[in-house]
Design a protein. Structure first.
Length: 456
């Protein structure tokens, strides 16, 4: 399509499909043949979008859209499945599967190409059925377009705009429309997975834990970014205030620091930006340059865990490897920050709680842009020191739960010990030796010295 119509073509799978698993047959050759290249051909009116050329391009874009509408009308991906004509459902993507599962006897117009919409095909389908419904996820794009075409259609009055659809929510919509030949059991009206029975956690030994524990202690205003560390929003770490989109942390902290200073707001909380190495390379560099250039009083923390952890361990410009695992240049973050004009930059070890806290306090006292780089590798990819497993001395543990405030999945409330008179009970902490990585944070926070390295 992109070659035939000289158009950008977006193939979009729904989240439900992308985040699924299936067995992949690795024998199948799925690499499309690379078309014979003719080299770059100069075409200024197409590739240089100065206003004068932009005006010339616009009618061509509209013309192309018309041609693509004709493609959409005939596309095998847009197909009618005629059945009982009392109801006709226009749907697309994963919602089609739900419709077929819940109302297999309905007529369906399945749209695989949703832009441009096949208006003639839609009219033809609408004319064949008594009642027309659209089942689509999120905002009513198809429904609105059909209504603009002047056709009577139902959609979001029955199916929620919120979240992904599911067989249950689609069934609930059909029940509301009075279309189900059976009564819907009450339990089916609720989408499965709408509660969070087991919240996600930072791994045992995650290098982000020490930093966010320290930020919590600082009662700081933290603009965070997107990565594993975003999980520190949940209890017990609860140490970030905002996360918007990749790269926004530094610019948001910049804005907050400027606004607080200019408005004379009595908010004495220190402002921090926290961003992972990968996100920093992706879209944090320009914001940091802005902070330095505009003399923002922002404390930026770049968390260099040597990998892109959250999305599964991809390489990034700091790791010295390409995504194809070829050797390449590794950006040195400290040199980069210095080259942008910020001399106040240094490395800290997030496994050293006292040192981390001291560094944070020093940066708060400093007036101007400053950068700390926490350098510890992600434990999922670099498991060293497995021998430093920690253990709790049950007799010394008073059950104060300080170690539980780290939110480490290896630490749990262990057994119960009766006190001397055998009356009151005392819980003690327990460390799971199989999952403990030996980061030592629990040992550092235990005021009773009840946690130590396993002997031997
Ligand atoms: C615009 C955009 N692209 C991609 C993603 C997917 N994504 C989520 S987290 C992440 C990278 C996280 O890496 P890093 O900041 O280094 O943190 P880590 O998970 O390693 O702690 C990516 C690419 C996204 N959320 N937004």
């Amino acid at each position: 399509m992109s070659e035939s119509y000289d158009t950008p073509t977006l193939l979009r799978m729904t989240t439900r499909v992308c985040h699924s698993k299936a067995i992949v047959d690795t024998d199948v050759e799925n690499q499309a043949p690379i078309p014979k290249a003719e080299g770059f051909k100069r075409d200024l009116k197409k590739f240089v979008m100065i206003p004068a050329f932009g005006k010339l391009r616009h009618p061509l874009v509209l013309e192309r859209e018309e041609k693509l509408t004709a493609v959409s009308e005939k596309s095998p991906f847009n197909r009618m499945e005629m059945n009982d004509t009392r109801v006709g459902i226009i749907t697309s993507g994963i919602a089609y599967q739900y419709v077929k599962e819940i109302l297999p006897e309905a007529s369906v117009l399945k749209l695989g190409m949703t832009f441009p919409l096949p208006a003639t095909l839609i009219r033809e389908f609408a004319a064949k059925v008594d009642r027309l419904l659209v089942v689509e996820e999120l905002e009513p794009y198809i429904e609105d377009e059909i209504r603009i075409m002047g056709l009577a259609v139902e959609g979001k009055a029955l199916f929620s705009k919120l979240d992904e659809l599911s067989p249950d929510t689609v069934a609930a919509g059909f029940a509301k429309a009075g279309m189900l030949p059976f009564d819907l059991p009450a339990a089916r009206e609720k989408a499965p997975g709408s509660e969070m029975p087991r919240p996600p956690l930072l791994c045992a030994g995650c290098p982000h834990r020490g930093l966010f524990y320290a930020l919590n202690k600082m009662k700081a205003l933290v603009h965070s970014d997107i990565g594993c560390y975003t999980l520190s929003v949940l209890p017990p770490l609860q140490s970030i205030d905002t996360t918007l989109c990749m790269g926004a942390s530094i610019s948001m902290a910049h804005g907050t620091a400027k606004a607080v200073a200019q408005a004379g707001i009595e908010d004495k909380r220190p402002v921090f930006a926290t961003i992972g190495d990968s996100t920093f390379f992706h879209s944090g560099i320009t914001s940091l340059l802005d902070v330095i250039y505009n003399k923002g009083n922002v404390n930026v923390i770049i968390m260099d865990n040597r990998i892109t952890a959250m999305t599964g361990g991809q390489q990034n410009p700091g790791t010295g490897k390409t995504l194809q695992m070829e050797d390449t240049n590794a950006v040195d973050i400290i040199s980069l920050v210095k080259a942008m004009g910020c001399t106040r930059v240094r490395e800290i070890d997030p496994f050293d709680l006292e040192g981390t806290l001291a560094a944070l306090k020093e940066e708060v006292d400093y007036d101007g842009p400053s950068v700390l780089v926490t350098k510890r590798p992600c434990i999922q990819l670099f498991r060293q020191d497995p021998q430093a497993v920690r253990v709790v001395d049950e007799a010394a543990c008073i059950g104060c739960k300080m170690c539980l405030k780290l939110g480490c999945p290896s630490i749990s409330q262990g057994g119960i010990i009766p006190d001397e008179e055998g009356k009151k009970e005392r819980h003690y902490a327990r460390i799971d030796a199989a999952t403990c990585y030996g980061c030592s944070l629990c040992e550092q926070v235990c005021k009773q010295n009840a946690i130590s390295v396993v002997a031997g």
